[in-house]
Design a protein around this ligand. Structure first.
Ligand SMILES: [Zn+2]
Length: 389
C-alpha cells in the first residue's frame, strides 16, 4: 500500500459540498463531491451521542490550535476519495460549519458557527488537516483498517466484521438494523440491549440466524443481494417473544432469546396463563433472579435453580436448630426428623449445626415461604436426598 502525506487540505476544502444525512445518521460527501465520507465499511456517526461531547471536543481542539490527529483517505480513482479513518472527526467539522450543533463559549453560552466572530470562523476554516492518501488493493486496505486503532472510540466487534465483509449484504443489513430512525427499534429494545448505531440489533440478528457463527454467516452471504433469511428469522424470534410474553418487563432485555426461541418455540403456551404467572413471580419477594423467570416459565415452571430462590438467613437457621435440638434431646432421638424414622445408628444421632441444612417444609414451588415457620433443619444426607424443590 502506498501512502502520500498531504498537509495543504483545509477544513474549508473538506467542508465544500458537505452533506449530512439526518435520517441515516451519516456524513456523506465533502471536497466538492470528490470525497465519500462514509463508505460502506465505515460505521455510523457516533460523535453526536452522549450529548455531543465528542463532536464539541473536535471543534474546541481546532479553536485552540490542537491537532485533531491523522486522517486517512483511500484513493479509489483519480477523482474519487474515501475516508478510511477520520470519518467521525470530518463529520463533526462538517456538521459544525453547517450549524447542526453548537459549542459552549467561555461564558457557557451556546455558540453556533453562523454566529461566531469572523476571526474565529476563519481560524476553523483555515485549519490544515494532516491527511494520508493511501492507494492499495481492497484487501490490503481492509486488512489495514482491521488493524488500526481508531482514535477516540474503539470499534465494537460487529463494526469490525462489517468492515471485513463489506458488500451488498452488509449495506442492506445496516439499512434495516443499524438505522436509528427505524420505527421498530423501540420494540426491539425491549428484548435486545444496545444501540442501532453501535450495531447491537444487526449483531443480534446475525447471532440468532447463525446460531452464534456470525463470522461464517457473513462470509457466506457477503455478496447476497437480499437479507430475506436474516430478516425473517429475526422477526420470527421477536414475534414469538412478544406473543408468548404479552407484558414487557425490563429484565427481558438482553436475555438469550435466540437460544430460548430454538429450545422452546415449538411448545404451545397460553399467553394469558403465562402473563398471570409472570406477574405472580414478579410479586414473589423470595425470587432473587428475575431474569430467570422467563426461561423458568418456558421450561414448564420446574427448574427453580433459574430463579435463585432466597434461602433462610443464618439467624432463622440457628434458632430453628436450637428449638429442634432441645426437643430431640428430651426425647432421646435424632434432631433430624428423617433420621428418627430410620432403622440405622443415626436414629438417635444429634447432629451439630454444621452438619445440617435448612429445608422448606412446604416447598417454595408449592407456595411455601422462606420464613421461620416454614424452616426445618435436616441432616445433609436427608436434605440433599429431597432434591431440588
Ligand atoms: Zn437425617
Amino acid at each position: 500500500m502506498q501512502t502520500t502525506l498531504k498537509t495543504d487540505i483545509t477544513v474549508k476544502d473538506i467542508c465544500k459540498g458537505f452533506i449530512y444525512n439526518e435520517l441515516e445518521g451519516k456524513g456523506l460527501f465533502g471536497l466538492s463531491g470528490k470525497l465519500t465520507i462514509q463508505p460502506e465499511y465505515q460505521r455510523n456517526y457516533i460523535y453526536a451521542s452522549d450529548g455531543g461531547k465528542r463532536e464539541m471536543a473536535v471543534i474546541e481542539s481546532i479553536l485552540k490550535g490542537y491537532p485533531i490527529g491523522l486522517i486517512y483517505f483511500n484513493i479509489v480513482s483519480e477523482n474519487k476519495l474515501e475516508v478510511l479513518d477520520g470519518q467521525q472527526r470530518i463529520t463533526s467539522v462538517g456538521r459544525f460549519v453547517t450549524d447542526k450543533f453548537a459549542i459552549k463559549d467561555d461564558n457557557g453560552m451556546e455558540q453556533y458557527f453562523g454566529g461566531m466572530a469572523k476571526d474565529k470562523k476563519a481560524k476553523i476554516l483555515e485549519t490544515k488537516l494532516l491527511i494520508y492518501e493511501c492507494e492499495g488493493t481492497e484487501s490490503q486496505i481492509k486488512e489495514w483498517f482491521k488493524t488500526i486503532n481508531i482514535a477516540g472510540v474503539p470499534l465494537v466487534p460487529q463494526e469490525l466484521l462489517n468492515a471485513i465483509y463489506s458488500g451488498p449484504f452488509v449495506t442492506l443489513g445496516k439499512e434495516e438494523f443499524s438505522n436509528s430512525q427505524n420505527s421498530n427499534i423501540q420494540k426491539w429494545s425491549s428484548y435486545i440491549k444496545g444501540s442501532a448505531n453501535r450495531q447491537a440489533f444487526f449483531e443480534r440478528s446475525l447471532d440468532w440466524v447463525s446460531k452464534g457463527n456470525i463470522d461464517d454467516y457473513m462470509s457466506f452471504h457477503r455478496y447476497d443481494k437480499n437479507i430475506n433469511e436474516l430478516k425473517k428469522y429475526f422477526n420470527s424470534v421477536i414475534d414469538w417473544i412478544s406473543s408468548v410474553f404479552t407484558d414487557v418487563e425490563s429484565e427481558m432485555s438482553g436475555l438469550e432469546w435466540g437460544r430460548l426461541y430454538e429450545q422452546y418455540h415449538k411448545k404451545a403456551y397460553d399467553p394469558a396463563k403465562v402473563s398471570k404467572e409472570v406477574r405472580k413471580l414478579y410479586g414473589d419477594p423470595y425470587i432473587k433472579n428475575r431474569k430467570g423467570i422467563f426461561e423458568y416459565i418456558l421450561g414448564g415452571s420446574t427448574d427453580t435453580k433459574l430463579l435463585e430462590v432466597r434461602i433462610f438467613d443464618e439467624a432463622t437457621k440457628r434458632s430453628t436448630y436450637s428449638t429442634q435440638t432441645s426437643k430431640a434431646e428430651k426425647k432421646g432421638e435424632s434432631n433430624c426428623s428423617n433420621c428418627t424414622t430410620g432403622h440405622d445408628a443415626n436414629k438417635n444421632k444429634v447432629w451439630s449445626f454444621g452438619e445440617m441444612e435448612a429445608d422448606h417444609v412446604a416447598a417454595w414451588s408449592k407456595g411455601g415461604k422462606t420464613s421461620a415457620k416454614n424452616c426445618e433443619m435436616l441432616c445433609k444426607t436427608h436434605n440433599r436426598a429431597k432434591g431440588n424443590r
